[in-house]
Design a protein around this ligand. Structure first.
Ligand code: NAD
Length: 488
């Protein structure tokens, strides 16, 4: 049966090209569907524009808007297992990770419901002699939300929930590889009673459907998560239209192990930071700097951990790394490792595409640890987006900061040390939007997230996450009963 898409509150066969969703573990078919066509984009944006202006949404009090998000959160939690199973089929993440992502989507909906109920305007000036001012937040209108394939439902909810809470309508364009979770989200919002037209879900090619969506004159903000090159292109489109963007882009995040770190904790944290999700995480800690005095010990321990990780079918309990999203991406990861090998890098473990047993059928790649490369090599500088960790020694803090910041990205960083003064000193010097100290890849929805440098623009999450989808209007209230006397 052809999977339908969600356009302007209706489920229908898309009017674009045929596309398929496949299970990355073995290439088997999840669903066949037709992508959205250009007519679907037009219809979705027109419906969204009418829906956010309609009294049914615009005049709904914040706590009433929040009701829809609370209901979605409850629905997600009550169907967690079913949704996690779908997430695993859609992008190959091990079930345990998929469960965590689904649960985080429920938490995000709940958080923005609560933030919506308690959103306040501002009173910028106290009463002046003859006027006072108020500043209120109003919706932007139609939001184009564009998401990547690596954390479906979580990254989608991070855009849809605050945008709806802010009184907007959303047209969501999920990644080509993972249409199913986004469509499921459409179903959940419909079941939760979201008025028709406020959310459409349009799977399809970025260069066709995504492009038509962001260029539509009625789209008033582009909220994008994905690669830096795509983000840069969308920033140009937004500049031409003079609309806002929020860009959550790529990374090549440094993690640092100082000589006084608790090594047991540090190596496990570093391994989790790069090898969970098979390294397909924007915040993956993919460059490791180790103080020279602990270098050999850390590398031995890391190698032992990496060799002990289980790569396997994502539905099998206890598997640490599932497949990469598809074979094309797996080949691109493998090509980076081959390049490291050619340049004299030492492949301490991993580094070969599995060709035996169940792993041969899917797009698997083993945890790979490399050292012996120059920091300006492509493997040290470029985002690989796979389970590949490259390590370098450092001698002192100045050298360390120079190396850690010598990269176009600035998404995240990690510091492992038992000296909090040192941790805070280093954190202050690192060019990164998020710095984890003695932990890694932990998230709180109430804490703003976003990148420095080419890792992005703007912040998601946090109470300001709703205001990112709103604009401020200032009101001046005259208090003086007498006419203005300037022309007397
Ligand atoms: P991508 O940039 O190729 O695609 C992302 C989305 O953009 C997809 O939905 C795609 O169809 C769409 N798109 C592509 N061209 C478009 C165009 N011209 N107009 C409109 N939409 C277009 O990224 P990807 O390969 O799907 O995802 C991996 C990247 O995402 C990595 O670089 C990763 O670091 C980044 N990412 C960043 C964050 C973050 O929060 N900073 C989170 C997850 C992933």
């Amino acid at each position: 049966m052809t999977q339908k898409i969600f356009v302007a509150g209706e489920w229908r066969v898309g009017r674009g090209d045929a596309m398929v969703s496949r299970f990355p573990a073995d290439g088997s078919l999840n669903a066949e569907l037709n992508a959205a066509g250009l007519e679907d984009v037009e219809e979705a944006v027109e419906a969204a524009d009418a829906a956010w202006r309609a009294p049914a949404w615009r005049d709904r009090l914040p706590h009433e808007r929040a009701e829809v998000l609370y209901r979605v959160s409850d629905l997600i939690r009550s169907r967690l297992e079913e949704l996690a199973a779908l997430q695993t089929r859609d992008n190959g993440k091990p079930l345990a990770e998929a469960r965590a992502l689904v649960a985080s989507a429920a938490g995000t909906a709940r958080y923005f419901a609560a933030a919506c109920e308690t959103l306040e305007g501002e009173l910028p000036t106290q009463r002046n002699a003859d006027f006072m001012t108020l500043s209120q937040y109003e919706p932007l209108g139609v939001i184009a939300a564009i998401t990547p394939w690596n954390s479906p439902i979580a990254s989608e909810m991070q855009k849809v929930a605050p945008a709806l809470a802010g009184g907007n309508a959303v047209v969501l364009k999920p990644a080509e590889a993972t249409p199913l979770m986004a469509l499921k989200l459409g179903e959940l919002f419909e079941e939760a009673g979201l008025p028709k037209g406020l959310l459409s879900v349009l799977p399809g090619r970025g260069s066709v459907i995504g492009e038509a969506l962001v260029r539509h004159p009625k789209v008033r903000k582009i909220s994008f998560t994905g690669g830096t090159n795509t983000g840069r292109h969308l920033a140009h489109v937004a500049a031409d239209k003079l609309i806002g963007t929020s860009l959550e882009l790529g990374g090549k995040s440094p993690t640092i192990i100082c000589e006084d770190a608790d090594l047991e904790q540090a190596v496990k944290g570093v391994a989790y930071g790069i090898f969970s999700s098979a390294g397909q995480a924007c915040i993956a800690g993919s460059r490791l700097f180790i103080h020279r005095s602990r270098y050999d010990e850390v590398m031995d321990r890391l190698e032992a951990i990496a060799r002990g990780l289980r790569v396997g079918h994502p539905e099998t309990p206890g598997v640490h790394l599932g497949p990469l999203i598809n074979q094309g991406h797996r080949d691109s990861v493998a090509a980076y490792v081959d390049q490291a090998r050619e340049q004299g890098g030492r492949i301490r473990c991993g580094g070969e595409i599995p060709t035996q047993g169940e792993l041969a059928a899917g797009s698997f790649y083993p945890p790979t640890l490399i050292d012996g490369l120059a920091h300006d090599s492509a493997v040290c500088q470029e985002e690989i987006f796979g389970p590949v960790l490259v390590a370098l020694p450092f001698d002192d803090e100045d050298e360390l900061i120079g190396l850690a910041n010598d990269n176009v990205y600035g998404l995240a960083a990690g510091i492992w040390t038992s000296d909090y003064r040192r941790a805070l000193r280093l954190a202050g010097k690192l060019e990164a939007g998020t710095v984890w100290i003695n932990t890694y890849k932990k998230f709180s929805i109430s804490t703003p997230f976003g990148g420095y440098k080419e890792s992005g623009l703007g912040r998601e999450k946090g109470r300001q996450g709703i205001q990112a989808y709103m604009q401020q209007k200032s009101l001046y209230l005259g208090l003086d009963a007498a006419p203005m006397n300037w022309c007397d």
